[in-house]
Design a protein around this ligand. Sequence first.
Ligand code: ATP
Ligand code: MG
Length: 245
Amino acid sequence: MSIKIKNLNKSFGNLNILKDVSLDINKGEIISIIGPSGSGKSTLLRCFIDLEKIDSGTLEVFRSPLVCDKRNPGKKEKTEILKKMGMVFQSFNLFPHKTALENVMEPLIVVDKVKKEAALKKAMEILTMVGLEDRMNNYPQALSGGQQQRVAIARVLARNPKILLFDEPTSALDPEMVKEVLTVIESLRDTGITMVIVSHEMKFVKQVSDRVVFMDCGTILSCDTPDKIFNSAENERISKFLNNF
Ligand SMILES: Nc1ncnc2c1ncn2[C@@H]1O[C@H](COP(=O)(O)OP(=O)(O)OP(=O)(O)O)[C@@H](O)[C@H]1O
Ligand SMILES: [Mg+2]
């Protein structure tokens, strides 16, 4: 088991945003989360990496409790758990004054205390893997959106995450750049990395996911194989949503 959440609740003020959400994500599994705007997809993902504090419930990562009603881990233990996870956002969040290579090296050196030479080697290797071998010395402003997002993915990948979270990684991209980013994500399929992907790219979701979670109004309405979700004519809410695509 990679992530296990049980009866997770999260409110903003008196608005109940996540309501008793429970979900088990297996090791190496690719889970997509779809659903209408405001249904709580981003909030759920942010809870996974402790960017949002949950109000109640249990969240375990590789069987270690990250947040738990009964026992809260110490700061050091929490850091160790969070180290296993990486998140890619809609906006690439690269350092504008650093090259692609420096952007990937930075967290390795600063956070993981990797020696500069080893960080350089690793960063070059990963940037090559995402198809940016001839762009390593470019600053973000000289890169297309798709290339910048691939740098952002490389930056997270370089740290050897066991779990990768994507929050609408292609939503800020021009249509012609969506495919190159999705191809990189799909290429990670056999690495054994667990992936949770919030996306509106339904064709991609259908093709890449082991299971699809449909969220509505802060609850998981359905969690099933892509086939079942995309042919769920009997569920009016889901088919109504899917008809928009
Ligand atoms: N920091 C916050 N403070 C107050 N309300 C918030 C905050 N973050 C999110 N919300 C509210 O929580 C609800 C769920 O938001 P969330 O961003 O998780 O939705 P989403 O499913 O990711 O939507 P989208 O598809 O538009 O990205 C929304 O009603 C939103 O306004
Ligand atoms: Mg969102």
